[in-house]
Design a protein around this ligand. Structure first.
Ligand SMILES: [Zn+2]
Length: 167
């Protein structure tokens, strides 16, 4: 799913005011990977190549020198890894500071949304990395029906929250 949709989903789904922390955690699984990939290209003095098709893009990522991006992506899109990262912080906020740190849930929400909206040909989400290679061959988010449907859903949830539950 695109970064914009992930940011908006974090804001409309999580209780409380809109915050930078919600957006940051909501895009973290992608940003960590692609910021590193872009930085590496920049250090080498190269631009990230533009890709005409998704297949060409994936072929580029499957090259030996770029494969680390695919591997890192598996880890930043793992519910196992995120549970290990956020559980201690969650418990600290909950038991020591007596607040529910909703923003932490933005990362697992990102992954749950990516699982059915990626397919085997384009960054499939192996959400149980490193324990399992299980993945779902979903409907890619860039397909018009999914892409538009996704934003329609975001707006619907936003209105529901604003006018029905008023929170
Ligand atoms: Zn993602």
């Amino acid at each position: 799913m695109d970064i914009m949709a992930h940011s908006l989903w974090s804001l409309v789904l999580l209780p409380g005011k809109p915050t930078i922390a919600k957006v940051a955690l909501g895009i973290a699984p992608d940003v960590v990977v692609f910021a590193l990939s872009l930085s590496k290209q920049a250090i080498k003095g190269k631009m990230q190549p533009g890709f005409k098709t998704r297949t060409k893009m994936m072929n580029w990522y499957h090259r030996k020198e770029n494969k680390w991006v695919l591997n890192l992506y598996k880890y930043t899109h793992s519910l196992v890894i995120w549970t290990a990262v956020i559980l201690p912080i969650f418990l600290y906020f909950y038991f020591v500071r007596n607040i529910i740190p909703w923003f932490l849930l933005a990362a697992p929400i990102h992954i749950l949304m990516d699982i059915p909206t990626h397919d085997n040909n384009s960054f499939p989400v192996q959400f149980l990395t490193p324990f399992s290679k299980v993945r779902i061959n979903g409907m890619h988010w860039s397909k018009p029906l999914i892409f538009i449907g996704n934003y329609v859903l975001i707006i619907a949830v936003f209105y529901f929250r604003l006018f029905v539950i008023r929170k």
